[in-house]
Design a binder for this molecule. Structure first.
Ligand code: FMN
Length: 212
């Protein structure tokens, strides 16, 4: 084997490991009946389950623990400016000290700040975000608390939450007409890649399982 065809590697110590996952805007219901939006990206799906990771001390996590339901709104690539407007905020009235130290502030109306609109959901109380091409109503099945002392970004560790998706709402223009499929050519998700926003790039091919 010709080793010279491969690039050199070295061991690095990156501060984060966000290797590129879709941006999800989680809508949850606050105690007073208003809605919070939590931008996040640590999510993966298997069948009708989605597992998410949320750091401790956030409003979305507190709401999920209490209400046991949410909507996972998948941001489109054209939504990155609105996402970044709500990024340095929390729905928590009292901003945790570690968040204050890096510039977070409280924001009660993230819909207005993001420039988005509410749509009622079918079976959960939090509304959907109209502008998101996919909106997944979900309920909490399981929650696991994890300590993480070594992580500067979280005094309170983090939670692993397993959600069951109850309804999938899709903009008509990202579906394949007359089918139940999302059209990978037209669905343009926003990704979070080492603290930068990127789009999906050009299609490269399909798996043997693809139905369209
Ligand atoms: C693009 C993006 C991705 C993020 N991913 C996560 C994540 O996966 N998990 C998490 O706990 N926080 C994540 N955050 C940080 C939260 O959005 C932040 O803690 C926010 O204050 C939570 O809002 P809340 O307290 O109103 O729920 C992300 C932020 C942005 C902008």
């Amino acid at each position: 084997m010709d080793m010279h065809r491969f690039p050199d590697t070295r061991v690095i110590h990156p501060s984060i490991l966000y290797f590129g996952t879709p941006v999800v805007l989680i809508t949850t219901r606050n105690r007073d009946g208003s809605t919070n939006i939590t931008p996040m990206s640590s999510a993966w799906a298997l069948a009708d389950r989605i597992v998410i990771g949320l750091s401790g001390g956030g409003q979305g996590l507190a709401n999920l623990r209490r209400e046991r339901e949410c909507v996972l709104n998948l941001a489109g690539e054209d939504m990155h400016r609105g996402v970044e407007r709500i990024a340095p905020t929390t729905g928590k009235a009292t901003v945790p000290p570690w968040k204050q130290a890096i510039g977070y502030r409280h924001e009660a109306d993230k819909f207005a700040l993001g420039g988005w609109h509410e749509l009622p959901s079918l079976t959960v109380r939090p509304p959907r975000i109209m502008e998101c091409p996919l909106q997944l109503e979900a309920q909490v099945l399981l929650e696991v608390e994890r300590p993480l002392e070594a992580w500067r970004d979280s005094a309170g560790g983090y939670a692993i939450i397993e959600l069951e998706v109850l309804h999938v709402h899709a903009h008509e223009n990202v579906t394949v007409p007359g089918t139940q499929h999302v059209d990978p050519q037209r669905y343009r998700p926003l990704f979070y890649l080492f603290r930068h926003y990127v789009g999906p790039g050009k299609p490269l091919g399909r798996t043997f399982k693809a139905e369209v």
